[in-house]
Design a binder for this molecule. Structure first.
Ligand code: GLU
Length: 593
């Protein structure tokens, strides 16, 4: 989102670190081309923080952590230390892609029916489940940052936290998106004394153009910078998190009504202490001579994007007319979502995930696609059993996907060729609505990414709640290599539309002849195995949208889908960094030179 850059960063932006032929490109616009490293995020202050680290010799991981810590201040409703995420890293030295799973985790006390009201036997309404202590998972972001800094960074985490603390202390200028996000959450925020105090000063959202300071968050970052992340996972901050979850800090007289009961959660200090960052192997598929790496479980991002690409590789999309190419894109996505819903959750065995990504399975799925008409949705999942006999009967089944539009994404490359693609979240915009008293950050509601009740009929549902379990995600940070070297890195927020946004950008760029900025800007459509395709109005009204309606695709309009960032690695070390030109108030990209 576009926001004014705090005064303290302006000298840094003007610092003569680059050859003095021209002023270093500031991270103002959504697209930048240059050398020596690049950053793309939703926010100019965060992008500037990352570029500053790169200019002073930090690597992509150091810069990514500076961006993430700053986003925790300026994008507090989409990310922050109260949440989690997935970090994908290409190491230029080894040529390997590695991942960190910093997903939030259910407390050990959480059972399969945690989101079913014991009094009625019915699942809670979404807002009742969300705005509660119950929905908060043990946060993983800080442990992810610490693990990334230790494994791959060149400086300690404190180096990323201190400048971000300064932004929190000095304040940043509230823009229209920030103001809108508070307005949309005002009733929930008003229920909690510390949230209302921070984000509803005087009972109303902070006005556009005013400065918002968060001294509590500055102190929290400083404390962690000084004393380490144990302060969070087993020390005083952890105790405050646990007491906030168990006893939500209700406002004495909320300025707005709330129709639901606010339920406590069962997180304990033992749950926080037990938190672990996992390091799963990335998912991998080959696509038209490229290697596409993504996030394994508990995210469904890598497997669903990968399966859809495998299905699409069966057609020569480039040789088809654009309507047929988009028809295949929508159908491949629906088929891959059916398999995601049936098979993918935190405990999915790796062999099942790998089976979903075989060419044999993709062949069996691809032959269901009818060029003349959209399949009836939902389509049934396939059977990735290794016996692929060309059986093509399309039947119906499956489940509706989850919806959400929160989260943030960042992409960073450095001069040595290392790349970070990182998607982080607190789930809904505004998380569970509860700021930890005296600490200045919101808690996540990630546990509502579990299915509240079984969705797969008589088959097991892989995404029901469980003790110590991580809810299935759709986050899809993706790194594409060509002959072992980075070609493209991309990711997006948007709940389950993350998967289709990443897939559509890849298809736009790799198959439909678009440049990367065009691939991001193009109108989006998201088919997640539902009767109707969720699509942006410009997609529906386009000639292809009209032609797809003729193939029996129906559309449900959605104003905006996703808010991607990406970097393309051009010949001779040139970098093309891209953020959204329009969506979410537009993003910010910059290069070092
Ligand atoms: N919680 C979602 C997920 O992990 C992301 C939230 C969003 O982007 O809206 O898939």
């Amino acid at each position: 989102m576009r926001r004014l850059i705090p005064l303290l960063l302006i000298p840094l932006l003007l610092a003569p670190a680059a050859p003095a032929t021209a002023a270093p490109p500031g991270p103002a616009g959504p697209t930048a081309t240059g050398y020596g490293g690049a950053v793309a995020s939703v926010d100019p202050t965060a992008t500037a923080a990352g570029l500053e680290v790169l200019r002073h010799g930090g690597n992509a991981v150091d810069a990514a952590l500076a961006v993430a810590a700053t986003l925790g201040v300026t994008e507090p409703f989409s990310s922050g230390i109260g949440g989690g995420g997935f970090f994908v890293y290409y190491d230029a030295r080894t040529g390997r892609v590695q991942t960190l799973d910093g997903r939030e985790t259910a407390p050990r006390s959480m059972g399969e029916t945690a989101f079913v009201n014991p009094a009625t036997g019915q699942p809670y309404a979404f807002q009742e489940a969300r705005v509660s202590g119950l929905s908060a998972g043990v946060p993983g972001s800080l442990a992810t940052w610490d693990a990334a800094a230790r494994r791959w960074g060149t400086r300690p985490l404190s180096a990323a936290l201190r400048p971000a603390a300064q932004v929190a202390r000095d304040g940043f200028t509230v823009d229209a998106t920030f103001n809108q996000q508070v307005s949309d959450n005002a009733a929930a925020f008003a229920q909690f004394e510390p949230t209302a105090k921070l984000y509803l000063p005087g009972g109303a959202p902070p006005a556009v153009g005013t400065k918002l300071r968060n001294p509590d968050l500055a102190a929290t970052y400083d404390l962690i910078a000084r004393r380490g992340i144990d302060q969070f996972y087993s020390g005083d901050i952890g105790r405050d998190i646990v007491s906030t979850v168990q006893h939500p800090p209700l406002a004495a007289s909320p300025s707005q009504p709330w129709q639901y009961q606010i339920r406590p959660g069962g997180m304990t200090l033992g749950d926080l202490r037990a938190y672990e960052v996992r390091r799963p192997d990335p998912t991998h598929v080959g696509y038209r001579g490229l290697d596409v790496y993504g996030m394994a479980t508990p995210s469904s991002g890598g497997s669903t994007v990968g399966e859809a690409l495998n299905i699409l590789e069966r057609s020569d999309l480039h040789g088809l007319d654009k309507t047929q190419a988009l028809h295949r894109y929508l159908e491949a996505s629906a088929l891959a979502f059916a398999d995601r819903n049936r098979y993918v959750g935190d405990y999915t065995p790796r062999r099942t995930l790998d089976a979903l990504l075989t060419d044999g399975f993709a062949g069996e799925r691809a032959c269901q696609i009818n060029p003349a008409a959209a399949l009836a949705k939902p389509v049934a999942p396939g059977v990735p059993d290794g016996r692929y006999d060309g059986h093509c009967a399309a039947t119906t089944g499956g489940a509706a996907p989850d919806l959400g539009q929160s989260t943030t994404n960042l992409t960073v490359a450095d001069r040595w060729g290392n790349v970070v693609e990182y998607t982080l979240t607190i789930e809904q915009i505004g998380g569970n609505g509860i700021v930890v008293p005296g600490r200045g950050f919101l808690l996540n509601n990630e546990l509502t990414d579990f299915n509240f009740t079984p969705t797969q009929g008589s088959e097991p549902d892989p995404n029901l709640p469980g003790p110590g379990k991580r809810p299935r995600s759709s986050m899809a940070p993706t790194i594409v290599l060509q002959h072992g070297k980075p070609f493209l890195a991309v990711g997006s927020p948007g709940g389950s539309t993350i998967i289709t946004t990443v897939l559509q950008i890849l298809v736009n760029r790799l198959d439909l002849g678009m440049t990367l900025p065009e691939a991001l800007a193009a109108p989006r459509a998201s088919q997640r195995n539902t009767a109707s395709v969720t699509a942006e109005p410009a997609f529906i009204s386009s000639p292809e949208g009209q032609a797809l309606a003729g193939l029996h695709h129906t559309f449900t309009p959605m104003a905006e889908i996703g808010a991607a960032t990406a970097i393309e690695f051009l010949p001779h070390g040139r970098l093309l960094a891209c953020a959204e030109p329009v969506r979410r108030g537009s993003g910010s990209a910059g290069t070092v030179r």
